[in-house]
Design a protein around this ligand. Structure first.
Ligand code: AMP
Length: 214
């Protein structure tokens, strides 16, 4: 089993689909966003450095995220494969990943580019809520909890991510277009890129992804 890269704008469903792939393929989801948020919560040196960039919708410096991913890929649970969710996000990150993967004797098998139009992204992100207790994800309109503001699973409080506020979403989308979209071209030559229509039903999108990976 080899590595899978999920490319796509913020709100394209990378995290949701990565979780489903993790379950079905039994390989870990490596989300740099989740790892950075954890570092911020734990107030580590790296977390403090990353927070200012994240709060403004900017990208955390390449050397920070490259370091995190390099270390994570060496863990035992990545031996059979891994799903990269939110990394790489810049050309230098992709180049570093190529080097790291080679060094560790691994390989990228597929690059999935999740495609959703901007209007839908705004709607998805601005309504997104997550449980402070267990991390379960909700949407005020598309997937509301039974009781407003409370998690169905653990009754934890539902929060909006600081960077899911409208102004910050716009900055994140600009950064995506400028720094991350060029990665589709970067990988195109490898013949590993598959475009996935990522609007609509989560399970239908997942079924399409599974077909593409076969
Ligand atoms: P995400 O949860 O993937 O949307 O990431 C949340 C935020 O973490 C992003 O807006 C960036 O500030 C930061 N981040 C996550 N992954 C990366 C990355 N590969 N390169 C730079 N910044 C990142």
């Amino acid at each position: 089993m080899r590595g899978i890269i999920l490319l796509g704008a913020p709100g394209s469903g990378k995290g949701t689909q990565a979780k489903k792939l993790t379950e079905s393929l039994s390989i870990p989801q490596i989300s740099t966003g989740d790892m950075l948020r954890e570092a911020v919560r734990n107030d580590t040196g790296m977390g403090r450095k990353a927070k200012a960039f994240m709060d403004q919708g900017g990208l955390v410096p390449d050397e920070v995220v490259i370091g995190i991913v390099k270390e994570r890929l060496q863990a035992k649970d990545c031996e059979k494969g891994f799903i990269l969710d939110g990394f790489p996000r810049t050309i230098p990150q992709a180049q570093a990943l190529d080097r790291v993967v080679k060094e560790l004797g691994k390989e990228i098998g597929s690059v999935l580019s999740l495609e959703v139009d901007e209007e839908e992204i705004m709607e998805r992100l601005s309504g997104r809520r997550s449980c402070a207790g267990c991390g379960a994800m909700y949407h005020v309109r598309f997937n509301p909890p039974k009781e407003e503001g409370r998690c169905d699973k653990c009754v934890g409080t539902l929060l909006q991510r600081d960077d899911d506020k409208e102004e910050t979403i716009r900055t994140r989308l600009v950064n995506y277009k400028k720094s991350t979209e060029p990665l589709i071209e970067y990988y195109r030559g490898s013949g590993k890129v598959h475009a996935v229509k990522a609007s609509g039903n989560i399970d239908t999108i997942f079924a399409n992804i599974t077909k593409l990976l076969q």
